[in-house]
Design a protein around this ligand. Structure first.
Ligand code: ADP
Ligand code: ZN
Length: 605
């Protein structure tokens, strides 16, 4: 069904052999003038879906994107492929803008990137009227849905595109996949009659792992040292302070890391983002403000030191790993404190009860993912309404967690909470409750005469950390709740089912040595992980050549070649330009530009 024309562009311009799943149909449809709404996961390959039709069709492809800070890099990457691209946004000097406008009018551009607010300006409308438009691509289309996006007002205006230019095909793209968002994008942008393409949301090269949080920074360090030495990655933390502390901790331990959060000034944020994109193997420690639209292909891991608020957020963030299709890790450390903290945030959040309920539902789904004994991928895909098979590439598949009958433990714990409330009119946090169960004679126990309770010392069969696991899982299941600012535990309506109605509870066994349980067999999942030992020096030499070339040209290393391409070169060691041109990721332009110098690097000893 792929016509030679689009396949030719894929081969010659982008240097790729074949379309990824879903791409061919979309490219055909839009090239033929059809409207499309595309749902594809982060890293799935959305850009080609409008770039190729823009190249195939007559005129300029106009791309609406809110990610102003990334436009320069996007345009640079396209120019490196020999595609004539430009952008218009508020960061440019007036004469720069005039240049781009002139090129647009003269038909000297294939693609023009526009910030959405530009379309509110008459001058832009007139400009577009006077040019020849191949298509409109609306990137990050979920910005029109009600989820409180900064760009929403501008995106809502995009419905006028169709009214003003009814003949120009439109393609809207997003990685946000829930039914509600999907429907709203279609409605707001007038794309009900467009063809809707929903790709599989699976990202098979990402290994999902969720571990019990113990000493998170040390656990992170261990992960980086054993599995990701020298790799680029993103570490997400909840607060600015923990971002700063974690970045410092990594640097103290000899790992290059930069902080990124809203408290840094704009120039510093821009610098850190730019270094992340440009340098090999840099780590950014960030709040969730970082990473939207970052298309660095060789991010080898995404680590969460705090629990994300929703599966959607988690999937967007982890999706930033492994866009190049190579093995990557999504690692999350999660513990009792996270559940407490998130519940508290919800209780204290602004908005009405309905809003808080919604936040609660999102959190519950995230917790269920953390506590599942099933394949993580199957759970993730199910959340997006898609089916999957146990994947063999997540922690629960690789090391199936053991479970145990926690009914009696749950009863003991819940009845301690109930007794304190009924007999003493008291509420306590997890620490004191566990001390009571373990029969510890602490000062606080004596002070409150808790050793006189009938439940004192009835839980010595479990360790302190096992009890914390019980508390965490009961909280996750809604059988226990936290109240107030001090994390005091209270029962819920559902607690009665366990205490009085014979409901049985299955719990996950806490790993004895936290963090070790889920380790995969592979020692390293880094960029050169699957290369035989003897090829590593060659791969490193190619990387060094790439780094020097990128620096010389002031572009990110991946704009020259992806890791995957370098790896293929190292493995197959092409002897001529034509052999080199057959590698994935080497189109005509790059072959002409870098071919000789790659062959020289290969031959240099
Ligand atoms: P998205 O926008 O969906 O997050 P991108 O468009 O940035 O994803 O694509 C992710 C990566 O996959 C990019 O590095 C891109 O070059 C690469 N890619 C896309 N399509 C193909 C393909 N058909 N073959 C090989 N690599 C591809
Ligand atoms: Zn799995």
């Amino acid at each position: 069904m792929t016509t030679p024309e689009t396949l030719k562009v894929l081969n010659q311009v982008f240097g790729y052999d074949e379309f990824r799943e879903g791409q061919a149909e979309i490219v055909e449809h839009v090239s033929g003038g059809g409207d499309a709404l595309v749902l594809m996961p982060t890293g799935g390959g959305k850009s080609l879906c409008y770039q190729i039709p823009a190249l195939v069709r007559d005129g300029v492809g106009v791309v609406i994107s809110p990610l102003i800070a990334l436009m320069q890099d996007q345009v640079d990457a396209l120019r490196a492929l020999g595609v004539r691209a430009g952008f218009l946004n508020s960061t440019q000097a007036p004469d720069e803008q005039r240049m781009v406008e002139k090129e647009f009018l003269a038909g000297e551009l294939d693609l023009l990137y526009l910030a959405p607010e530009r379309l509110r300006v008459d001058q832009t409308i007139r400009l577009l009227d006077n040019g020849n438009i191949a298509l409109f691509a609306i990137d990050e289309a979920h910005c029109v849905s009600q989820w409180g996006h900064d760009f929403r007002p501008d995106y809502l205006e995009l419905s006028q595109l169709h009214e003003r230019w009814p003949k120009v095909p439109r393609i809207a793209l997003t990685a946000t996949a829930t039914e509600a968002t999907h429907a709203e994008i279609a409605r707001r942008l007038g794309l009900e009659d467009a063809h809707h393409f929903v790709a599989s949301f699976d990202r098979p090269n990402i290994q999902y792992r969720i571990v019990a949080k113990n000493e998170p920074r040390k656990q992170l360090l261990e992960l980086l040292r054993t599995e990701h030495p020298g790799d680029a990655g993103i570490v997400y933390c909840l607060s600015r302070k923990s971002v700063e502390d974690t970045a410092e901790f990594l640097v103290r331990n000899g790992i290059e890391a930069l902080p990124y959060h809203a408290g840094l000034d704009a120039a510093q944020r821009a610098e850190h983002q730019s270094r992340f994109l440009r340098e090999d193997g840099l780590i950014v420690v960030a709040t969730i403000a970082f990473g939207m639209g970052i298309d660095k292909p060789d991010v080898r891991f995404v680590a969460h030191l705090d629990l994300p608020k929703s599966i959607e957020g988690y999937y967007q963030e982890t999706g930033r790993a492994g866009r190049d299709g190579l093995a990557s890790t999504a690692w999350l450390a999660y513990g009792l404190q996270d559940v407490m903290q998130q519940r508290k945030l919800i209780d204290n959040s602004e908005g009405d009860a309905a809003h808080r309920r919604k936040l609660g539902t999102h959190l519950d789904a995230m917790l269920a993912l953390c506590e599942t004994v099933e394949c993580r991928r199957v759970r993730l895909l199910a959340y997006f309404g898609q089916q999957g098979q146990p994947c063999g590439n997540c922690d629960t598949c690789l090391a199936p967690p053991e479970s145990w009958d926690g009914t009696v433990a749950a009863q003991k714990l819940l009845s301690t909470v109930v007794r304190l409330a009924r007999e003493r009119r008291q509420k306590f946090g997890a620490g004191q409750i566990i001390d009571i169960l373990l029969g510890k004679k602490t000062a606080k126990i004596s002070q409150h005469a808790h050793d006189e309770l009938s439940v004192f010392g009835v839980g010595t069969e479990l360790t302190d950390s096992a009890w914390r696991g019980v508390v965490r899982q009961l909280l996750a299941m809604g059988l226990l709740a936290v109240e107030g600012d001090y994390g005091t535990l209270v029962t819920t309506e559902a607690s009665d089912e366990v205490l009085y109605q014979g409901r049985t509870i299955t719990l996950r066994t806490e790993p004895k040595r936290p963090g070790k349980a889920a380790k995969s067999g592979k020692a390293s999942r880094g960029a050169d992980a699957e290369l035989p030992e003897e090829l590593r020096p060659l791969f490193e030499r190619l990387r060094a050549w790439r780094a020097a070339t990128a620096k010389e040209q002031g572009v990110p290393a991946y704009v020259i070649f992806h890791d995957a391409t370098l790896r293929q070169i190292a493995t197959e060691q092409p002897a001529s330009l034509s052999e080199l041109g057959a590698m994935s990721g080497i189109g005509e332009n790059k072959l002409a530009k870098y071919g000789e110098s790659v062959l020289e690097t290969l031959n240099a000893e």
